[in-house]
Ligand binder design. Structure first.
Ligand SMILES: *Cc1c(COP(=O)(O)O)cnc(C)c1O
Length: 388
């Protein structure tokens, strides 16, 4: 170890962030109140989307987005194998069946070619998906125009898992505007671009989906007389008209979110600067560096390098352990979801999605976050050169 540990990602908290949280603590509202609404308007306004529904995690956001899309037992959801398990689990929460679409070899996002092939086959078999969840891996948006076009042709609902991608852009428009999807989900976990401690949000332009999401966030309860089965008993009256959850975000968290949003563009810009420094410093090493599609401006949640097979004597595991041993807390994103024991038990096996499996064997996520000091980044670069 040649210095203090450097994580692969971490939050960046300012004095203003701290003050915003403290202010809420001495206000009337701790749980969901006016600051949650302000946070929703801030994020929806930034993205140019009509509605935002803040919840206690992106996992909850994915769950209620799936329910609002009407997916249930007998239905099918497709996502990318190169993601966190939450992108797939949300389908299982709803009683649906989950399947995957292999990734593109350059962006590591869901491959549109594989999606198109799989849709053609599924149509022949009468097994078309009801929901498809593209994941904007590492912060780089998927080919949403093509996916949106396929959604129109085959009649599925698109939910973007943009947990990595707030602040990113696709064809020069903000990720989250739902131009090619029904809903977009963000995560505010501390390693992501902005944080609320724990938290997530669903964005949508549909008033119907918005209303449904609000209800599912809070027990399936409505106070709208137009939606009630019976007559109101009085001003206290509410009705539970479906099964919802307590997925509410607190005003304490939302205050942090509102404050963090003021620095979102700065965070993403800094991530790009650091990514460019890596690009230059690592260009001569036997690595494949992150490729950026010209249509996209990544939020750069992750900086992933691939060890070029056959050019390095050390195994990926050895390189990983050498880096960790020197205090560089690199990580791996992601173990293909279909190879998790829980998913294997439902019938998936090695070889089902070969591109994502090949990618997984070679990938290492290097430290990248807005507050990463250049001196610390240089330590990553120097150590990597020595190890390779
Ligand atoms: C982090 C993450 C999630 C889950 O986010 P939480 O807010 O921790 O629930 C879902 N999908 C992807 C791609 C993620 O990276």
């Amino acid at each position: 170890m040649n210095g203090p540990p450097i994580p692969y990602g971490r939050q960046s908290i300012s004095q203003a962030d701290i003050q915003a949280v403290v202010d809420v603590l001495s206000s009337d509202w701790l749980t969901q109140g006016p600051t949650v609404e302000r946070f929703e308007q801030t994020v929806a306004g930034y993205c140019g989307t009509a509605h935002g529904v803040a919840v206690n995690s992106a996992t909850s956001a994915l769950h209620i987005a799936c329910l609002a899309a009407g997916i249930g037992p007998g239905d099918i959801l497709w996502t990318s194998p190169n993601t966190f398990v939450a992108s797939a689990n949300c389908g299982l929460y709803c009683g649906a069946t989950v399947d995957f679409v292999d990734i593109d070899s350059r962006t590591y996002n869901m491959s549109v070619e594989r999606l198109e092939e799989k849709l053609e086959q599924a149509e022949r078999d009468g097994k078309l998906p009801k929901v498809v969840i593209p994941v904007h891996f590492a912060g780089q948006p998927c080919d949403m125009e093509a996916i949106g076009r396929l959604a129109g042709r085959y009649g599925f609902t698109v939910i973007e898992d943009a947990s990595h991608a707030i602040g990113g852009r696709y064809k020069n428009e903000p990720v989250g505007n739902c131009r090619h999807s029904a809903m977009t989900v963000f995560s505010f976990h501390p390693v992501k671009i902005i944080t609320t401690g724990e938290g997530g949000m669903v964005l949508t332009n549909s008033p119907e989906l918005h209303e449904r999401l609000l209800r599912l966030r809070s027990h399936g309860i409505t106070r709208d007389p137009a939606l009630m089965a019976g007559e109101s008993h009085g001003p206290w009256y509410y009705e539970q008209i479906e099964l919802g959850f307590n997925y509410r975000m607190t005003d304490i968290q939302a205050a942090l979110g509102v404050s963090q949003m003021t620095r979102l563009d700065e965070f993403v810009k800094r991530r790009h600067q650091l990514a460019e420094r890596y690009d230059e410093a690592l260009a001569e090493l036997p690595l494949t560096l992150p490729w950026q599609h010209p249509d996209t401006w990544s939020a750069f949640h992750l900086y992933v390098v691939r060890l070029n097979p056959g050019t390095i004597r050390k195994s990926r595991r050895q390189v990983f352990e050498d880096l960790r041993g020197r205090g560089l807390l690199v990580n791996i994103h992601y173990i293909p979801v279909h190879t998790q024991p829980f998913y294997r038990a439902t019938g998936f096996a090695d070889g089902d999605f070969p591109e994502s499996e090949r990618y997984y064997r070679e990938a290492i996520t290097l430290p990248l976050y807005a507050g990463l000091a250049e001196g610390d980044q240089d330590r990553v670069i120097t150590t990597l050169r020595e190890i390779l």
